[in-house]
Design a protein around this ligand. Sequence first.
Ligand code: FAD
Length: 470
Amino acid sequence: MSKIVMWFRKDLRLDDNTAFSHLLKQSKETDEVMCIFQLNPSQFIKKSYNHDAFFLSVQTFYKELRKRQIPLHFLYGDPEENFTALKETFDDWDAVYFNKDERGFGRVRDQKLADFFEQHQIQIHAYQDSHLHGVEEITKPTGESYKVFTPYYKQWQLRSKRPYKKQQVIERIFPEIGHPLFDEGKKQFNEIIKQIKLPFDYECGETVAEDYLKKFITNGLHEYQSKRDYPLADQTSKLSRFLRTGELSIRKVWHAIQAEPESTGRQTFISELCWRDFYNMIYFNHPKQKDQEIKEQYRELQWHYDEQLFEKWREGKTGYPIVDAGMRQLNQTGWMHNRLRMIVASFLTKDLMIDWRMGERYFQEKLIDYDSASNIGGWQWAASTGTDAVPYFRIFNPTTQGEKFDPTGAFIRMYLPELNDLPNEYIHCPSKMSKKVQESLGFYLGDHYPKPMVDHQKIRPEILAFFKNS
Ligand code: FAD
């Protein structure tokens, strides 16, 4: 008999969990399996509440496991110290199973721990589980990695995807293992949960994730192409947060979509899943991208760091309604529609010329679907410093974006009730209202809603010069 650790991370499900199903297949009935969740305090972002929603997903997973008589043991502290202490107690521990983190913080941690496991003769069973294709699977015929999305996507489409394997009934006994480390881990976990205060409801768990998938396929998939850009339509899948926590298997999503008839909506949705893999691969190949521009020629740009302007952007008080509605959606719900993410990121990096890293970190704190690869990818795309082939003169006009994607202003009114009574002709540009109109409405710009913090039309040449002179 030996002891085996199943280390759960961003894979909070039993269904189609690659590492867990391999463990069940490869181990003996008599082996003792310890299921573990490791809490590393250096990863917590203390000032944010939205981001911590992740731990509510962990809590739900813990309860789901309990119902199946599978205890989840918590560890709290530095991972290497935790595992050292564990090995000192359980010298019959000889294998660890987990799903790999292929980039970012998790990748560095895994590399460090790989040495530790090897030193202690603990066999590592690590699997690619979180993406349809891992970071090294799709390469050019020369073996080089892709830098641009379109050729990557062409290759990606040609490659077959792994099957989805529904979790069968588990006929195994998972013992509850007593240890002061686990007691401390559970105590700390309870503390974390107690401190979470979300300004919105947060439903989570495998069953909820599956419901979202089913609802999207029935109501949104085939119209995805025509409706996905309109925040009011709210027709995107909202699956990002379940993919982030691993409450939903990406292979389950893929095969459910494959079972549907062909449509433009279905095809566009598939390309979005590819963006997720693409950015994951890019992060793997550019490990410094959280702090450093991918395009070398933009590493010396003189970004601005004006705290007051940044605060107005954060709070949704820029004077540009579509930007402000997006930011308030983020602050109030922990999620923001993709079109709005592009608009607000463009506004921060181009109109305000504020360092994209500040925006990236703010999103990290606030997004419940925060995924480092997609977020950094999205921010570097908006700042024109990333892999995108379109040059820096793509600058979103916040007024025309609003007119195009929220034509009646109904979405803006949802998040900016102070603009509720504005006639449609002014909803995207309240600063166009003359004094007389303001008086007739009893609405005064500067009092009831901020004046635009910059004049987009006038600032455009400055932005172009900012990039050109770099
Ligand atoms: P849907 O439109 O239903 O798309 C389906 C799935 O495809 C998403 O759940 C997501 O997994 C994937 N996807 C869609 N668009 C993208 C994209 N552009 N890049 C990578 N994957 C994509 N996505 C995150 O998951 N986490 C982030 O932290 C994140 N930050 C972003 C920051 C910026 C500045 C921008 C422009 C985009 C960011 N995105 C991020 C991508 C995208 O906005 C979200 O994935 C999407 O809005 C999530 O909603 P949904 O699940 O309804 O998406």
